[in-house]
Design a protein around this ligand. Sequence first.
Ligand SMILES: [Zn+2]
Length: 479
Amino acid sequence: MSDSPVVDLVTLGQRLRHQRKSKNMTLEQLSEAVGRAPSQLSLIENGKREPKLSVLQAIAGALGVPLQDLLRPEAPSRRAGLEIDLAHFQQSPAYGSLGLPSVKGGRRLPADALESLVGLHRELNRLLTEQSATPEVARRANAQLRVDMRERDNYFAEIEAAAAGVLRSVKHATGPLSQRGILDIAAQLGFSLHYVNDLPGSTRSVTDLVGRRIYLPQVASGKGHDPRAVVLQTLGHFVLRHPEPADYADFLRQRVEANYFAAALLMPENFAVQFLKEAKADRALAIDDFRDAFGVSYETAAHRFTNLATHHFGIPVHFTRVHENGIVYKAYENDGVRFPADVTGAIEGQPICRKWASRTIFGSDDPYSSFYQFTDTSSGTYWCTVHIESTRSGEFSVTVGTPYEHARWFRGGDTSRRTVSRCPDPGCCRRPPATLVDRWAGHAWPSARVHSHLLAALPPGTFPGVDAQDVYEFLDRRA
Ligand SMILES: [Zn+2]
C-alpha cells in the first residue's frame, strides 16, 4: 500500500489521445505546438514513456485542458477502458509466463475482439486467484501459523512494544482504553474515523489511504464485534507497517498481528499483567474477571490471557472456539493438548471430542454460568473454564484450559466435574454407539449445511460435514 497516488501511464496516454482527438488535432499538429517529436508523443499516448511534468504542462496548454484532467485515474471512454485493461492484463507476469504475443488495443482491433480478449483475461485472472485461495492452501497456512504462535508462546514482544509506544504517544496512563483514547490514537496517526451504513458486506473497515479516512460500520450496540477493536485492528496494519499481503499465509499473519495489536491496546500489557498477578496470588485467576476489568468481550479476554499466561506466569494454556455443532473454528495450544487434525495439520473444521469441556457445556443444566471441568485425555489431564457466546451464526463455546497442576491458580480449579476422553480412539466418540448404528445406518439421509465462511474443508464421512451421531440421535428421538 502506497501513500502517494501513482499515475498509470496507460490511462494517462489514453486520456491524452482522447483529448487530442476530441480537439481534432493530429499527432503532428500537437508535436509542433509543444516542440516535441511526434514519435515521442506517440510513445506517451501508448503508455510506453513517462512524460516530464514540463512536457505534460505544455501538452495540456496546447489542448486547452487543465493538467489535472489528463492525470485523472478513470478511462476517458468505455472503449479506452477496455484497451487499458487489455494492456494491463498483457503486462502481468501471469500472462508473460504463457509466452503468447501481445495484441495492440488500437483502432484496428474490432470492438467484439477487444471485448472477448478482455473478458477472457478477466476470467483467467479470476480462476488463478481462486486457485491460490483453496481450502487446502488455507489449511496449510493456518497450521503453519499455529506452529509459529506456539513457538513464541503466543507472545509477540515487538507488537507489545508498538502498542506501548502508541499508548505513550497519547499519554494514556492507566487502566482500559476509552473511546476518547482511540480517537486520540487515530488522530495521532493522521487518520480520521467515519461511520457509514453502506460498507461492503465483505469488509470490516475500508481505509482511504490518500484522504487518510477510515470508514467503519455504524454498529448497533450488542451486535457483532467491539467497534473499538475494529478501529484498532485497522490502525494496527499501519502501525505495524504491513505491506499488501503477498499470499494467503501473509494475509493470515497480518490479520493475527493486527488483532493482537488491538488487544494489546484494549488490555495494555503492564495493567493486564498487574491485574493477573494479583488474581494469581489469590488463586483466583478468572477470564470473566479479566474481561470485566477491561470492558472487552469474553473471547478477547480469553485470547489475551493466552498472550500473557506463559510468558509472564509460566502457565501453559490452550484456547478453543467451538461451534455448538462441535466444529473447531479457532484453536491454540502450547500445553501439549492434542486437538483433532487432518493430514495437513489443520484443525479448523474438525469435530472436537464430545467429552471435552468445550462440548459438554452445551449439554449442561446451567451452561450460561461459570463452567469448569477436568478432562482426562490421551495426553494428560486438563482443567478448563468455558463460556458460551451467542452469535447470529449460533452458539460458540470459548475455552481456556491448562494442565492439571496449574488448575490451582484458577477460580473453579477445585471443580468436581470430570470426564474421560479416549479420542483419537474412534471408540471414544467418533463412531456412533452400536445400538444407534444398527438401527439407523443406511436409513438416514441428512442434507449437509455448508459452512461457506469456514475455509477448512468439511470433515470426512458418508455425508461430509454431517455428524452421524447427531443425526441418528435426532431420528431416534422422533421415531
Ligand atoms: Zn472423544
